[in-house]
Design a protein around this ligand. Sequence first.
Ligand SMILES: [Zn+2]
Length: 349
Amino acid sequence: MCLLGIDLGGTTIKAGLVDRQGQLLARGQVATGAAEGARAVLGRIIALAGEVAQRQGLARREIEAAGIGVPGWVDVARGLVRLAPNLFWRDFPLQAELAAELGRPVVVDNDAHVAALGEMWQGAGQGYRSLLMVTIGTGIGSGLILDGRVWRGVAGYGAEMGHVKMVRGGLPCHCGGRGCLETLASATAMVRMFREGLAAGRPSSLQDQPGLGAREILAAAARDDSLAREVVDCAASYLGQALANAVLLVGPEAIIIGGGPAGAGEVLLAPIRSYLAAYLGPWQLKPLPVLAARLGNDAGLIGAARLALHEQQNREEPLLGASSLPANHKNVSARGGGYVPEPRKHKRR
Ligand SMILES: [Zn+2]
């Protein structure tokens, strides 16, 4: 028997068949086409599910259960997508619709929550029971797993780190608020800051060009481009501050950074670790592991499959694994105390 994991994104739908041990057996993807409406998107999800099952020689009905991650606010208990701006959905009963079409049990959750679950099951979070995963992309998503359970908050919008407020009266965010973390540290924010630097006459080895993204800025930072380094350092300082606040609130065992920019590795992770340590100051006995996500684009569908498996098992049981903290922690000195603490020097490439 297989589980179907679906990662519904604003531009792409990904689906995969996953066995009960978490091995990805087959995968496929298709453009979301959100502008054509929820019915059309639902049809594409069903067709993709059939295609992926067929690739594995299975009929759709042989799928044990399905899980789906959605970019937005999800009422998990009712299987309702309350609000998904990228899909133009409001109060869409995705669980009921999908279960009727597939003829299988379906569970729906927020995409960042299921990505955290995927990383905990098969990726960088293996062996931990409490972790915070932050996904940096166009916006910033986050998923929190506490003691083996996805923490969703009472109404389903718990652990929305992208919208914690960092700056009073800051830049407007598409959520309607101002000064949200994602206006300061997302890939979009890095590009904006870099362009502002260029417009102010700052020299850089990297010129503005159509399609300029965080990937190019991070690569320039790794080459020691001073404007790019400054932009990355600024984003990392806000991420470090927000993460420190989250750590003080919930005390996770590890933090996982996902999304495209995390693929750049230490050029982003090292300053995040430095600022996190500086902001936490004495409030850590040993450095908290800050790890790059390992599953890339598959985290969402693997996590969605894990959620589906959990629905088939005992819902009251925690989802995952035994606790184990890595033993190779180094001590760091407490620094900071100012509004923006100086980071420890991180290794230059
Ligand atoms: Zn916001």
